[in-house]
Design a protein around this ligand. Structure first.
Ligand SMILES: *[C@@H]1O[C@H](CO)[C@@H](O)[C@H](O)[C@H]1NC(C)=O
Ligand SMILES: *[C@@H]1O[C@H](CO)[C@@H](O)[C@H](O)[C@H]1NC(C)=O
Length: 351
């Protein structure tokens, strides 16, 4: 073996160890849309995937576009749900795409794991229903007469496929070595809670058939909830998340509420191990941006209010000019014409 070869192998090993630690598949959200994942080599080049996720990628090339869509959806929904909070789910340009906060056992990490495993299940299921994939389609098990005299028919969302794919792709990072660590147990629990938020909120959609809208024959199918609803549910779970610690029960290790007086969490609840920082000040090492410059509401007493958002540092008020549509008039027929009105408004931003 040449020394050059040895050196190269060593370098590769160090790189592999480093990236396994730092990687986060949510980084796929940053992949430019021109970089399609259409051949196996592309899987190796994707930043953020763990080694076993690369293997799954190679075996499921056609699903990877949905996984990438899932990464985008997760971040988009996270930013919506947290837009009025000190930690607002903003992304960084590093492979720690959401900062180190989500690599610790915090409540925020619990939410990110749950929303992202849900979003992969959601996007893969949607791809199945749209007929884009060879490996899956609509759920054909839902057919025949339904309970209220309707017929199951049409394309029912194949949530079982999406959930199973999410469980294998997202959970694989926690399986194997160290899979009984508290963090692995926490992540697996929250991943599952995310998928439950879809599974337990499936809707039935129906359509009537018959002469001029009469409902002689009704056909129905099962559909996933809107993803916004999934986000709302998980945000509520975030607010009520349970602080847990690992205990040994018999031979297995489980997470139990740290405070024994709290009622045990269910598999739909979010759990966390570590307290969160206050997110007030910039901390580049952890990827915390701090709240300086954040807009706040002067009259609100909640977390979006200037008092809490600015952590007592105070705020600056600026006059801004806002252009509204006003004195709108309906003209026969059929358009609306408005004037533009200018007014000044105040915005408040944290010091
Ligand atoms: C989140 O807050 C940071 C400052 O703390 C700000 O720069 C960023 O624009 C915000 N991101 C979103 C998505 O609101
Ligand atoms: C600010 O907070 C108050 C009280 O919670 C609320 O009524 C108002 O709509 C908020 N203003 C804005 C601009 O969000």
């Amino acid at each position: 073996m040449s020394p050059e070869y040895l050196l190269r192998s060593l370098l590769m090993l160090i790189l592999a160890l480093f990236s396994a630690n730092a990687s986060n598949w949510l980084y796929l959200a940053k992949l430019s849309s021109s970089g399609s994942i259409s051949e196996e080599e592309a899987c190796e080049r994707l930043r953020g995937l763990a080694q076993r996720q690369v293997q799954i990628c190679k075996r499921n090339l056609e699903v990877m576009e949905a996984v990438r869509g899932g990464a985008r959806l997760a971040i988009h929904e996270c930013q919506h749900q947290f837009r009025n909070r000190r930690w607002n789910c903003s992304t960084l340009e590093t492979q720690h795409i959401l900062g180190r906060v989500v690599t610790q056992g915090t409540r925020e990490a619990a939410f990110v794991y749950a929303i992202s495993s849900a979003s992969v299940a959601f996007e893969v299921t949607r791809a199945c229903s749209s007929g884009d994939l060879q490996k899956c389609g609509c759920d054909r098990n839902v057919h025949g007469p339904g309970p209220d005299g309707f017929q199951w028919s049409g394309c029912s969302d194949n949530i079982a496929y999406g959930v199973a794919f999410s469980a294998s792709f997202v959970d694989v990072r926690e399986r194997g070595k160290g899979s009984s660590s508290s963090r692995a147990l926490m992540n697996l629990h929250n991943n599952e809670a995310g998928r439950k938020a879809i599974l337990n909120n499936m809707r039935v959609e129906c359509k009537c058939h018959g002469v001029s809208g009469s409902c002689e024959v009704k056909t129905c199918w099962k559909a996933m909830p809107q993803f916004r609803k999934v986000g709302n549910i998980l945000k509520e779970k975030f607010d009520g998340a349970t602080e847990v610690e690992q205990r040994k029960v018999g031979t297995s290790r489980v997470l139990m509420p740290r405070n024994p007086q709290f009622k045990p969490h269910t598999d739909e609840d979010l759990v966390y191990l570590d307290p969160s920082p206050d997110f007030c000040d910039r901390d580049a090492r952890s990827g915390v941006l701090g709240t300086a410059g954040r807009l706040c509401n002067r009259t609100s007493k909640a977390i979006d209010g200037c008092e809490l958002m600015c952590c007592g540092r105070g705020f600056r008020t600026e006059q801004v000019e806002v252009v509204d549509r006003c004195s709108c008039r309906f003209h026969w027929c059929c358009y609306v014409r408005c004037k533009q009105c200018r007014r000044t408004a105040e915005t408040h931003a944290c010091r």
